[in-house]
Design a protein around this ligand. Structure first.
Ligand SMILES: NC(=O)c1ccc[n+]([C@@H]2O[C@H](COP(=O)([O-])OP(=O)(O)OC[C@H]3O[C@@H](n4cnc5c(N)ncnc54)[C@H](O)[C@@H]3O)[C@@H](O)[C@H]2O)c1
Ligand SMILES: O=C(O)C(=O)C[C@@H](O)[C@H](O)[C@H](O)COP(=O)(O)O
Ligand SMILES: [Zn+2]
Length: 363
C-alpha cells in the first residue's frame, strides 16, 4: 500500500493505492472525521452489485448513519436528472453540512457524486473510492461535473476530495473494454511525463496480461503525473490544460456519438492520435506516429473516427471546448514525450488538418 499526498492551493489530501486499502476506510473516518452526522454512499448499479454490500458493511463499523443512492451504470448518468435526484434524496435523508459523501465507482460516479458534494448546501466533503482503471485519473484533482447535451463536463466545479482510497483489487472484475479505456489515460500521463514512462508502457502488448502489482505500479505513476500538475495549477489557469491531451477531439467524438456509445478512453485515444499527427506537422518532429498507431491498434483502441461523424460537426463541438478562447481552438500538442505545448488554431485551419488526417488514415 502506498500513499501519495496531493497538495493544492485549496487543500491537501492522501491518495492511498494498493490491494485491500479499502479496509482502512473505517479507521480513516474515525480518526480524521470527527462529528460526522451522516454518510451518503453513491454508487452505480454494476458496482453496487459487486461491492455495495462490502462497503456498506465496512461503514457499519463506524458510528455514523449511512444511506445509499444507486444510479444506473454508464455515462448517461452524468446528467442533470441524476444530479437533481441525488440532491433530492440527500435533502430527504436530512444530510447537513456535517455530512459526508462517498463516491464508490468509476469516473461517472466520481464526477457526479463529487459535483453533488460541491453544491449540496454550498459544499460538503467527499471521499473517492475509485473502482476503474480510468478513475486513477478522475478521482484525483477535484474536477467534478455532469454533461450537457451541448458538451462534455460543461457544468461542474473544482472541489477536491478529502481522500482517495484506490483499492487495486477492484480492477480484477473490470471488463476488458473498461480496462482499455483507463489505459488510455495512463498512456496520456506517460506522454506528459516523458520517454522512460512511455517506453515502459509501450512494452505492454496486452493490458489484460498485466498482473495486479504491475497495474498498481502504473496507476501510481499516472497519479504522480497528475498530482504534480494539479499541485501547480489546481483550477486550470495554465499547465493543467496539458491533462487535456487528446480530449479536445476526444470529447467532441464522445458527445457527437451520443454519451456512452464509445468509452471515454477510446475517444481520448483517437483524439491523442490526431494530436500526435498534428504535432508532427506543426513542430516538424518525428513522434514515431506509425509505431504508436500500430501499438494503439494492437491494444484494441479505435484508430480512426467513425465514418458517420462529420468533420464540421466535430469542429463545431471543438469550438465550444472549455479551452477555446474567442472562437479559436486550443490544442494540446507534444514536441516530444515530456515536452507539451498548447497551440491555437482557427476553425478553418483545424478543419483542414482534421479532414486531411481522416483521409490519410483511410489509405
Ligand atoms: N474528473 C476528472 O478529472 C476525469 C478524468 C478522466 C475521466 N473523467 C470522466 O470519467 C468518466 C469515465 O469513467 P470510467 O471510465 O470509470 O466510466 P464508468 O464510471 O462509467 O465505469 C465504466 C463501467 O465499468 C463499471 N465498473 C466500474 N467499476 C467496476 C469494477 N470494479 N468491476 C466491474 N465493472 C465496474 C461501471 O458500472 C461502468 O459500467 C467520463 O465521464 C469522463 O469524462 C473525469
Ligand atoms: O484533470 C484534468 O484536468 C483533466 O483534464 C483530466 C481529463 O482526463 C478528464 O477527462 C477531465 O474531466 C477533462 O476535463 P474538461 O475540463 O476538459 O472537461
Ligand atoms: Zn479524460
Amino acid at each position: 500500500m502506498r500513499t501519495l499526498e496531493i497538495k493544492t492551493t485549496s487543500s491537501k489530501y492522501p491518495v492511498i493505492v494498493g490491494p485491500n486499502c479499502l479496509q482502512t476506510l473505517p479507521d480513516f473516518l474515525k480518526n480524521r472525521m470527527n462529528q460526522l452526522s451522516k454518510i451518503l454512499l453513491i454508487t452505480d448499479s454494476t458496482v453496487n452489485q459487486l461491492y455495495g454490500d462490502k462497503v456498506l458493511h465496512l461503514l457499519m463499523d463506524t458510528p455514523y448513519p449511512v444511506s445509499k443512492f444507486v444510479v444506473e451504470s454508464g455515462e448517461q448518468s452524468k446528467s442533470f436528472q441524476q444530479f437533481i435526484d441525488i440532491q433530492t434524496y440527500a435533502l430527504q435523508e436530512k444530510l447537513d453540512r456535517k455530512s459526508l459523501i462517498i463516491a464508490l465507482g468509476g469516473g461517472v460516479v466520481g464526477d457526479l457524486a463529487g459535483f453533488v458534494a460541491a453544491t449540496f448546501m454550498r459544499g460538503i466533503p467527499y471521499i473517492q473510492i475509485p473502482t476503474t482503471l480510468l478513475a486513477h485519473d478522475s478521482a484525483v484533482g477535484g474536477k467534478v461535473g455532469i454533461n450537457h447535451p451541448l458538451g462534455k463536463n460543461m457544468i461542474g466545479a473544482f472541489h477536491q476530495p478529502i481522500a482517495v482510497l484506490y483499492d487495486t483489487l477492484f480492477i480484477k472484475s473490470l471488463p476488458s473494454l473498461e480496462l482499455r479505456s483507463g489505459f488510455a489515460e495512463v498512456v496520456k500521463h506517460a506522454f506528459l511525463k516523458g520517454e522512460s514512462f512511455l517506453q515502459e508502457l509501450i512494452s505492454i502488448e496486452d493490458i489484460e496480461m498485466l498482473d495486479e502489482s504491475h497495474l498498481a505500479e502504473i496507476i501510481y505513476k499516472g497519479i504522480e503525473v497528475k498530482a504534480e500538475i494539479v499541485g501547480q495549477d489546481e483550477k486550470e489557469a495554465g499547465i493543467r490544460a496539458y491533462l487535456n491531451l487528446g480530449h479536445t477531439l476526444g470529447h467532441a467524438v464522445e458527445a457527437e456519438m451520443g454519451y456512452g456509445k464509445l468509452s471515454h478512453g477510446d475517444c481520448v485515444a483517437v483524439g491523442m492520435l490526431f494530436a500526435f499527427s498534428l504535432s508532427e506537422k506543426v513542430f516538424k518532429v518525428d513522434l514515431n506516429y506509425v509505431k504508436i498507431k500500430s501499438w494503439f491498434k494492437s491494444l484494441g483502441f479505435p484508430v480512426v473516427i467513425p465514418d458517420n461523424l462529420l468533420t464540421e460537426d466535430l469542429i463545431s463541438r471543438m469550438i465550444s471546448d472549455k479551452k477555446s478562447t474567442s472562437g479559436q481552438i486550443n490544442m494540446v500538442l507534444i514536441e516530444k514525450p515530456g515536452s507539451v505545448k498548447i497551440e491555437q488554431f482557427t476553425a478553418s485551419e483545424l478543419t483542414n488538418f482534421l479532414e486531411s488526417w481522416r483521409e490519410e488514415e483511410l489509405v
